[in-house]
Design a binder for this molecule. Sequence first.
Ligand code: GDP
Length: 445
Amino acid sequence: MFDSLNERLSGLFDRLSGRGVLSEKDVDEALREVRVALLEADVALPVVRKFMDKARELATGEAIIKAVKPADQVVKIVYDGLIDMLGGEEPEPLNLAAVPPVVILMAGLQGSGKTTTSAKLALRLSKFDRKKVMMASLDTRRPAAMEQLKLLGDQVGVEVLPIVAGQSAVEITRRALQSAKLQGFDVLILDTAGRTTLDETLMNEAAEIAKISSPTETFLVADSLTGQDAVRTAEAFHARLPLTGLILTRADGDARGGAMLSMRATTGLPIKFLGAGEKIEALDVFDAKRIAGRILGQGDVVALVEKAAQELDAAKAEQMAKKLSKGQFDLNDLADQLTQMQKMGGMSGIMGLLPGVQKIKKQISDLDMSDKMFARQVAIISSMTKLERKKPDLLNASRKRRVAAGAGVDVAEINRLLKQHRQMADAFKMMARNTGGRGGGMGAM
Ligand code: GDP
């Protein structure tokens, strides 16, 4: 899977990582190369454009983390862009939430792998999810297709609705629903008729069956080897039949990956499974993280950059701790503190970084530290002028009234906040004297 894309990107990342510093031009060139690689992999142009916009935004935005090598950041930016393209990090689970028998409708062109995939899904549901599964073929025009489903059913040990010659697809659907209900099946998989090309009759029939059977999932099965044709097929089906998801087959042989990478962004539909071989077990839950990891082949780098991003918050906390331990603490610091607070494990998380903290613990815990309170206090502080935040003593009665009106609270609350700030600032000053203004760190405690 993704051999060509992987090769091109690995080459690019290797070249980048040889360099210590990357200029804006370097990053731009690198992203342009990624663009070419995506287009060569047959990713749809609008999808590539969207990817590039997002990547450029990330590359120039504040998200840049100083502690990480620039080349690694480019990897992470491409990774995030791919995840976005593929519909987000978390796999979308199969929806089975309905009164049994829960119906799964399978649609697609002939030869896409629809019948095989029906059996793969049936096996998965019966084996892993312990569901009692029935399958039914609605392909009245091709007796061979019905026989094939029967054979596959026998192979995976899943019940297949007996074939009754001469029935229409709608009649078979009704019989299948009734039969599954009476016999207590959990899931009914309906394998609709396939054709070699898109045609009206085929899609009307599928739409009619969807109406009768109210499926929780209506899947389009598409052959990923057909690239952008698969995307167009999905769009055409989706226009007539409310699809809930996509299953891409032959992912095992797909060296380019254009269909897989374009499907989500083009149709808005989640890819839920990948067919990954002819064997009946070869059906994988679609996992964007795994796919992006496979394309980039840089799993470690991505994990490293993610960790560094988390540590960014910790670094900020430490910076604040240093400032506090010098006894500096104005209302700006308090506002910063309050907004950072929740992110960093609350007041105790920050306090843990301060030397001499035990002495003032009681004072701090007496303060009102509820989350709602935090938000209101931030609102109050942001209603003050810059100067007032630096020098809270400036806040006389008329200024307090103005701030109170701005934040939508009464003056008493302003006074409470100022008193709290004074207590904290005094505590920090006292602590700074006690520790001789040493920087933060547990060693000083
Ligand atoms: P249908 O006409 O859409 O029902 O297609 P079939 O289920 O009959 O599949 C057509 C052929 O594709 C069969 O030979 C399958 O074994 C093969 N096939 C289906 N899914 C996959 C897959 O994920 N990988 C590979 N390599 N072959 C597959």
